[in-house]
Each structure stands twice: as C-alpha cells, then as structure tokens.
Design a protein around this ligand. Structure first.
Ligand SMILES: C[S@@+](CC[C@H](N)C(=O)[O-])C[C@H]1O[C@@H](n2cnc3c(N)ncnc32)[C@H](O)[C@@H]1O
Length: 320
C-alpha cells in the first residue's frame, strides 16, 4: 500500500479502538466468506466502514495495483483522464489508479453505502493527487436500469459476488456501454473466477479485446477443479494485525480479474499461471499461451537468455 494511503488510514482510524473493530471485522469476514448476493447493503454503519477500511482496503488496493499495472504494461498507450469506480466502497481503486496513471484528472465513485462513501471521501480529500482530492462520490444502487456516467476506465472490484445473478450481466453491459476500458476484479476463489469468466465472455462477445491477464480471446483453457487466479503481497499495518489478530507481517491477497479494452491491442506472449518451480539449473513455468492452450514450459540453463528471464519471472507476469 502506498505510504500516503497507509498514513491516511492510520489517521482516519486513530480513534477507532481495535477491540471495537475486531468483532465487526469477524462478522464482515464471515459474511464475505459465505458469499452470495446481498439483498441489503453489507457495509451499513460507520463501524462497518472503518472495519472494512482497516482489514480489506489494503488488500483490495494491492489487487487493484497489480491489475491496473498489468493493464498499463499491456496497453502503454492508455492514458486515461477519467475513471469510474462502480461499487467503490471506501475507494481503494482510486488510490491504485492514480498511482498507475498519474494523468487521471476526474474520478467518480458509484456506491450505495453512505458510511463507506463518507469514509472513502475523507481519505481521498487528504491525498496529494488533485484528482483524488476532488473525487466525486455518487450515491446510488445498481439496478437493472441504472445508467452510469461515462469514463475512460471503469472498475468493478469485489462487487459482482454481491449482486444477484441476473444483475451481473446488466452491470457489465452498462460498463461496456460507458467505458473504453473495463476492469473486473473478484476474489481468487472458484466462484470469483467463474464470475470473472462470465464477464470476460460477455465483454469479448461485445467485441472487446482482453488486455490482461489472458493473452488471447479464445475460450479459457482452465478446466476441471482448477481456477485462474493471481496473488499480491499485502504488508499488514499494525492496525490490520490488531483487528485480524494475526502475527504475520504480510498476507497474500488472491484475486481473479479481467481487463477488456474497446480498441484491439497486442497480447502478452503467454501469462504465468503459478509460482514458477525453480530447481537447480531449471525453471518450470505453467503458462496460458497466446494460442489459448495451457503449457508447462521447462527453461534450462542451456538456453541462457531465457533462463535468466525465467529466474526473475513471477506468478502473474507475462512470458516471455
Ligand atoms: C466488498 S465491497 C468492495 C469495495 C471496493 N470496490 C473495494 O474493492 O474495496 C462491495 C461494495 O459494493 C457495493 N455494492 C454492492 N451492491 C451494490 C449495489 N447494488 N449498488 C451499489 N453498490 C453496491 C457495496 O456497498 C460495497 O461498498
């Protein structure tokens, strides 16, 4: 998490005692683990918003920073000025977005939860980036006839799972209508992956190109009990450790995602789908290849250039 966001969170939450937040965190974690559409907002009270910001925002920020970073790497010509964060909660995506694209000048969050919006707006106002300071929070409930404001990039992170199934397609269609680049992030679980896959299929059927993670627009080759997901390292703040009663200094946030652009663009050659297996003199990579197939590539010292590259490559990176 950026130092600026870490400080903003610490200041925001300084008066909230971890003993008060811990049971709220417990309740929210159980609700998110259980999954399923939410018929009423999950983040209702000021304590809910604080607990969410304390234990989830660093993780959703890390996932988004990775995802937007991959989008920017794959589409270096993207220079978005406007961003719409749908179901933006406390606004993690905004912080990740201005770090990825400092040229952003207008940020809008569409969100139903008043307390999460209020907290997110307070955090954003403390930022240095002018677009964050002037971010606009629009209160609204996503429904079958919702119209969203236009934007260069629209993000939907950790929201699809809270929507009733028929509404998911409508929201994806509306994001497709209003934004050049559509970004969907879900938890890195089989269910999150299936929701991302449904969104991906829909965006491709509408004529879009996948910027990341897939190096193709063909059917996803992952089958059976497996699911496509990635991980981002999250450094825990002391507050995070207190509310989650954990001792480790970090955790890995697992997520599934898709970035789809209206304009066609180049694909990564392949995408690394697992932690590379590194053995003496060789690296084994499981990749999703540009022809839409899964491959296990063994790179050995006998190919020194490839081997050097393979030693540095990480889960989630493009290859070569
Ligand atoms: C798990 S939070 C994710 C927040 C934020 N996007 C993030 O990544 O940290 C889900 C958010 O979606 C919002 N949400 C869920 N259903 C919604 C709906 N029908 N209309 C508007 N917002 C909704 C919730 O209020 C909540 O803030």
């Amino acid at each position: 998490m950026s130092e600026e966001l870490r400080r903003a969170l610490e200041d925001e939450l300084a008066d909230r005692r971890s003993a008060v937040l811990a049971p709220v965190v417990e309740r929210l974690s159980a609700r998110y683990r259980e999954g399923g559409a939410a018929s009423t907002p999950i983040l209702r009270t000021a304590a809910d918003a604080s607990a969410y910001a304390a234990y989830r925002m660093p993780a959703t920020w890390a996932a988004l920073r990775h995802v937007l970073g991959e989008a920017a790497a794959q589409r270096p010509g993207l220079a978005p000025r406007t961003l719409l964060d749908v179901g933006g909660g406390t606004g993690a995506a905004l912080w990740a977005a201005v770090e990825t694209w400092p040229g952003l000048s207008a940020l809008t969050v569409f969100e139903q939860a008043e307390q999460a919006s209020a907290l997110g707006a307070r955090l954003a106002r403390s930022a240095e980036h002018p677009a964050l300071r002037s971010a606009r929070w629009v209160r609204g409930v996503l429904g079958p006839t919702t119209t969203l404001p236009e934007a260069d990039v629209a993000t939907l992170s950790y929201v699809l799972g809270e929507l009733a199934e028929p509404l998911r397609d409508k929201v994806i269609d509306e994001m497709h209508r209003v934004a050049d680049t559509v970004v969907v992030v879900e938890p890195g679980t089989p269910g999150g992956y299936r929701r991302v896959l449904a969104a991906r299929d829909r965006l491709i059927a509408a004529g879009r190109s996948v910027a990341a993670p897939c190096p193709h627009e063909a059917a996803c080759p992952i089958a059976g009990a497996d699911w496509c997901h990635f991980a981002a390292r999250v450094s825990r703040t002391s507050l995070h450790r207190q509310v989650k009663s954990g001792t480790l200094g970090h955790e890995d946030e697992k997520f599934s995602y898709v970035v789809a652009t209206r304009a066609a663009g180049p694909h990564a050659g392949s995408r690394v789908l697992r932690h590379p297996l590194r053995r003496k003199g060789m690296v084994q990579l499981r990749v999703c290849a540009g022809d839409g197939e899964l491959r296990d590539r063994v790179v050995s010292k006998r190919d020194p250039d490839a081997y050097r590259a393979a030693r540095d490559v990480e889960w989630g990176d493009p290859w070569p």
